[in-house]
Design a protein around this ligand. Structure first.
Ligand code: G6P
Length: 512
């Protein structure tokens, strides 16, 4: 199986080799991608016409890049009421979606609304998300009562519905199929799907979020964690962003999954006659779409608006409003920065572009309130008529986010823990000010970027404040050197390489 070379070939030749591999792999095979959130959501314009818009989030944009090379079928849940209407209208059919950059055929998995709600709002988030981001206050929560067990049944049902739809689609194509599942919403899918697939199919899954070790998985009752681990072992390949998460998966299987045999040197788990290859594929940026967006008119308009909102120096953060993103400790660090280094008062501003997320969950609503109240307190404490230390812009707008990243002097990415964090990789590509990246060691991206960024503990607000100070006062030469290093590391590994490495490993499992 492939290892990334230290000095990879040029971007152009890497693109060409991906194109060749895709052509060769999918000449006689179909590609099915499955994830809870699909690449687009449908909305109704005022005129009554249905139009598709690109779905938000790093996972969707990264996985979408494959459609430049292949024409995948993407199986996903309807997310909006218009998606549901489309799902009903096109039951069992493929809905084509193509633009200059993307080309998919979408098929929705329709489940009853209450089961879907429990699958998404109780089990996927918060149960699994909180578990995998170490966010449970274990003295009190989670508690497995009758509601939680009934939600678990819904999670099983939705996963079974995904498996049935994927199997039906695979049977339809009349060709062998390669199936790539995405993320924690579909943990039970491989177990339900494997028995329904012909032997010439290949099944893989990529987990975009952190994977804790066995002690933490023990928060889940044995029946649940064993079902999850056993199902994941029904894939041929299982991918993670970092070696640490891959090793945690192996250790979890060894300790918690009866019948599993783990080989750490080969990174393989054997169980029930199946062999699972566990691999590391760090995701990266989609340089082409990022650069195009950086030049787009909409981005320069947003940039004009933002220019009026900057400080003399600006610390930018771009996050979904999620407790794992550690936004409040970021404000505490800013507070300490002003306290310890008052020369920044009146000059430095934090610009936070925050995207509301999962507001159906109480913890997220409370966190949004806490973020806003903490920012207001800081503004009251330090601000005056002329200047406020924090400017928050709440809402989803990709062009505005890119514009903010072009303009930062410092980019703060301080999650408690995060699978990869693409903001940390996108920022340096589009930034025009030799901005400094301050990143927490909890972000998967810190493993690759630690040489050129300033790395902090997400819990240590003193260290974070001092890193901000260092970034704000760094010499222009050092800033330029670090920014160049960051940019060139993004050129050395793009989202295309992430896809390529996975496809190479899958191609090696095909019969000769
Ligand atoms: C983040 C994670 C992805 C995950 C997604 C789900 O972006 O990095 O791994 O799939 O959240 O978000 P959603 O908005 O669909 O709940």
């Amino acid at each position: 199986m492939s290892e990334s070379p230290v000095n990879p070939p040029s971007l152009r030749s890497r693109r060409a080799r991906l194109r060749r591999l895709v052509r060769q792999l999918f000449a006689e095979r179909s590609l099915i991608i499955a994830s809870n959130r699909g690449p687009v959501t449908f909305e109704r314009a005022r005129s009554g016409r249905v139009r598709a818009t690109r779905a938000p989030g790093g996972m969707v944009s990264a996985v979408s890049a494959i459609s430049r090379y292949a024409n995948p079928i993407w199986i996903c849940s309807p997310m909006t009421s218009v998606d549901r209407e489309m799902a009903e209208e096109h039951a069992g059919e493929l809905i084509p979606y193509s633009t200059r950059d993307y080309d998919f055929r979408i098929r929705f998995v329709l489940t009853d609304e209450e089961s879907y709600r429990q699958y998404y709002l109780t089990v996927s988030n918060p149960l699994l998300w909180f578990l995998q981001h170490y966010m449970w206050d274990l003295v009190r929560v989670p508690t497995f009562d009758a509601d939680e067990w009934s939600a678990w049944q819904s999670y099983q049902q939705v996963n079974q519905a995904f498996a049935d739809t994927i199997a039906a689609q695979a049977a339809n194509g009349g060709k062998p199929t390669i199936i790539i599942l995405q993320d924690y919403h579909l943990y039970l899918c491989p177990g339900a799907l494997a028995p329904l697939l012909p032997d010439d199919s290949l099944l893989s899954q990529f987990i975009h979020i952190p994977f804790p070790g066995p002690d933490y998985w023990m928060v889940l009752p044995p029946a649940i964690r064993e079902q999850i681990l056993a199902s994941l072992c029904c894939n041929h390949v299982l991918g993670f962003h970092t070696k640490r998460y891959a090793l945690s998966f192996l250790r979890s299987c060894e300790s918690l999954l009866p019948g599993a045999r783990v080989d750490y040197s080969e990174m393989v788990v054997q169980r029930a006659g199946k062999t699972l290859f566990v691999r590391t594929y760090p995701i990266s940026v989609d340089l082409r779409s990022l650069r195009r967006l950086a030049k787009a008119r909409k981005t320069s308009q947003e940039r004009q608006h933002l220019l009026r909102r900057l400080g003399e120096q600006t610390i930018v953060r771009v996050d979904r409003i999620d407790p794992s993103k550690n936004i409040v400790r970021g404000f505490k660090a800013l507070d300490l920065l002003f306290n310890r280094h008052p020369e920044h008062l009146g000059r430095v501003r934090m610009l936070g572009l925050l995207v509301p997320s999962r507001l159906g969950i109480e913890e997220y609503r409370k966190y949004l309130d806490e973020v806003i109240v903490t920012a207001q307190r800081l503004n009251l404490k330090y601000g005056d008529r002329e200047w406020e230390p924090v400017k928050l812009i709440v809402g989803e707008d990709r062009a505005r986010a890119i514009a903010a990243m072009q303009l930062y002097d410092v980019l703060l990415v301080n999650p408690i823990i995060d699978g990869m964090n693409l903001v940390a990789k996108e920022g340096p590509v589009v930034n025009e000010r030799d901005g400094v990246l301050v990143i927490s060691e909890g972000a998967g991206a810190s493993a690759e970027l630690s040489e050129a960024a300033l790395v902090v503990s997400p819990y240590d607000v003193v260290q974070t404040a001092e890193a901000l100070h260092r970034a704000l006062t760094m010499s222009p030469e050092e800033r330029a050197e670090r920014a160049t290093k960051l940019r060139s590391s993004m050129e050395q590994r793009t989202v295309g390489d992430w896809l390529y490495d996975q496809l190479v490993d899958l191609s090696q499992l095909l019969p000769d």
